[in-house]
Design a protein around this ligand. Structure first.
Ligand SMILES: Cc1cc2nc3c(=O)[nH]c(=O)nc-3n(C[C@H](O)[C@H](O)[C@H](O)COP(=O)(O)OP(=O)(O)OC[C@H]3O[C@@H](n4cnc5c(N)ncnc54)[C@H](O)[C@@H]3O)c2cc1C
Length: 423
């Protein structure tokens, strides 16, 4: 019979909310173990496969764009060939640096990091198979912070065409010639713009009437304008009906509903950015008594309690808005519960759990010379033409301009860290 190792807190997977909680609780002297699948994912999805690597790519793309347009600032510069391996190498270095920093912080907090795949074998009890051995860990309290992964919906031919995803695109050692992007959410847009600026011809295919479905229409329109200014073909109201990888390796997508007309688009690669689904295969949530909803996400109440006593869930796996800051806010709620602040537990606010959370992770920037802020409804808008003036990095954080309705809108254009490009 396998010996059971007991902890005050067992964190099953270390995303933003889980790792922050694990460190906090360990610092208060509690016995804490946190399980993470593999060394390459230490610190979670955001730093390894999502926010950070995409922003390093975005930063490289911004630099390429700036050099390309240097002449518009009176600076003579020519963009030579693009070193895709160099872009990739820089991304790897930044990510590795963050992973190392996380590891040091885990160690300093006093928590135990257990590497291996976690699988529940009973309520609040999980086994972890690592290095050929098996450990059984039990928590008096358990927090589940499992991941989501890119969805490949059942569009005929899509899976067979082996599409790129936000994860595999980040590992490419080449820049696709013609890239077809399925989806108009923030993941699709920031990668589409980065690839365009790195030299791809990009087409975005979105079946809805606007990009960023959760945004106000004027914001979505402004973002479409920015992308079109960059030379991206943005197709709205266009639904991918069939995807085909042709014998020569190129991809064709048959569309329906493009302004009421059928049609097709061709490219060298296709990227599916059509949402993220829960990655719970093999985790055996049933054994833990943890129920999931119809989409497979863990059911939680306002306090992020699952259906199993003493078991909470945080982050993407709970089916709420998928953002790192939402996972961090989940940490706050669970921490208050674990701290015994039951007199006034902080309710999961409708803001963080609601589907109206804006796409504040989107990192789409106007071109270096595009300045349209401060335009009033009475003056000629600069939206569809280039206007002289300072570039985005010269503007104060959160610079606003007026929309076509006269309402000010704010771009997420801020100074970025010169090293990572993270805003
Ligand atoms: C391309 C892209 C860009 C993004 N950019 C932003 C952004 O700029 N800003 C923003 O706020 N959000 C962004 N996001 C969203 C953000 O990455 C996620 O919302 C966030 O990472 C979710 O964190 P989490 O705490 O839910 O768990 P995660 O960070 O996903 O952690 C889950 C962990 O579980 C581990 N795991 C999985 N299964 C097991 C198992 N069986 N046993 C042990 N460990 C396991 C995984 O390895 C992983 O480390 C982006 C997402 C994508 C795809």
């Amino acid at each position: 019979m396998q010996q059971v190792e007991r902890y005050d807190l067992l964190v099953v997977a270390g995303g933003k909310g889980g790792k922050t909680l694990a460190m906090d609780m360990a610092r208060t002297g509690r016995r804490v173990a946190m399980v993470e699948r593999v060394p390459e994912m230490i610190g979670g999805t955001c730093i390894n496969r999502a926010c950070i690597p995409t922003k390093t790519l975005v930063r490289s793309a911004e630099i390429a764009e700036l050099v390309r347009r240097a002449g518009e600032f009176g600076v003579e510069a020519t963009l030579g060939s693009l070193d895709a391996a160099g872009v990739l190498g820089r991304k790897e270095a930044v990510v590795q640096g963050m992973r190392d920093m996380n590891l040091r912080q885990f160690h300093d907090s006093g928590m135990e990091l257990v590497l291996g795949d976690a699988r529940f074998v009973g309520p609040r009890r999980a086994e972890v198979i690592a290095d050929g051995g098996t450990r059984v860990l039990e928590g008096e309290q358990v927090v589940i912070n499992l991941a989501a992964r890119p969805a490949i919906p059942a569009i005929p031919g899509l899976a067979e065409a082996v599409p790129l995803t936000s994860e595999t695109l980040l590992d490419l050692e080449r820049i696709p010639g013609r890239l077809l992007v399925l989806g108009g959410g923030y993941v699709a847009l920031e990668l589409a713009q980065a690839m365009r600026r790195l030299g791809s011809e990009v087409t975005i295919i979105e079946r809805g009437a606007q990009l960023l479905a959760r945004e106000d229409e004027d914001i979505a329109t402004a973002i479409s304008d920015i992308l079109r200014d960059d030379g991206i073909d943005v197709r709205l109201g266009a639904e991918a009906r069939r995807v085909e990888r042709l014998a020569d390796g190129t991809v064709r997508i048959d569309l329906a509903g493009q302004d009421g007309r059928p049609g097709s688009v061709a490219g060298d690669d296709v990227m599916a950015a059509l949402g993220r689904v829960p990655a719970t295969n093999g985790v055996n949530l049933d054994a833990a008594g943890v129920e999931v909803d119809q989409r497979g996400f863990i059911r939680v109440d306002e306090q992020l309690r699952t259906t199993a006593p003493g078991t909470f869930a945080v982050g993407d796996i709970t089916g709420g808005p998928q953002f790192t800051h939402v996972s961090l806010d989940d940490y706050r709620i669970v921490k208050a519960n674990l701290d015994g602040d039951r007199a006034a537990p902080p309710a999961a606010s409708s803001r963080t759990r609601s589907s109206s959370t804006p796409s504040s992770g989107a990192s789409v920037s106007p071109s270096a010379t595009r300045v349209s802020w401060g335009t009033t409804s009475g003056s000629p808008p600069c939206r569809r033409r280039r206007c002289p003036g300072p570039g985005p990095s010269e503007r104060p954080a959160g610079s606003s301009r007026r929309s076509s309705t006269g309402r000010p809108i704010v771009f997420s254009v801020r100074r970025s860290s010169p090293r990572t490009g993270v805003r």
